[in-house]
Unconditional design. Structure first.
Length: 76
């Protein structure tokens, strides 16, 4: 649902380019570059997305943008 909603909000322009993946027993961290267009605004930012895994299923996902204020401005 999260990915589908973000694609709607950006008219399908949201893309990510994986830079690094770090995995452990319970967490996976993906460092990625996100780009998108929305309502005349542009996003080009590095993020770290964390996934908490329970029984091989994503239990929680958090996006941690490197520029939280720029991220908020884009999605506001």
């Amino acid at each position: 649902d999260h990915a589908m909603r973000n694609q709607e909000l950006t008219d399908g322009t949201l893309t990510t380019e994986v830079q690094e993946i770090v995995a452990g027993d319970q967490y996976v961290v993906v460092v990625e570059r996100a780009t998108a267009q929305r309502e005349g605004r542009s996003l080009d930012m590095m993020c770290a997305t964390t996934y908490q895994m329970i029984d091989d299923v994503v239990a929680e996902m958090r996006v941690l943008p490197f520029d939280s204020q720029g991220w908020q401005r884009f999605w506001a």
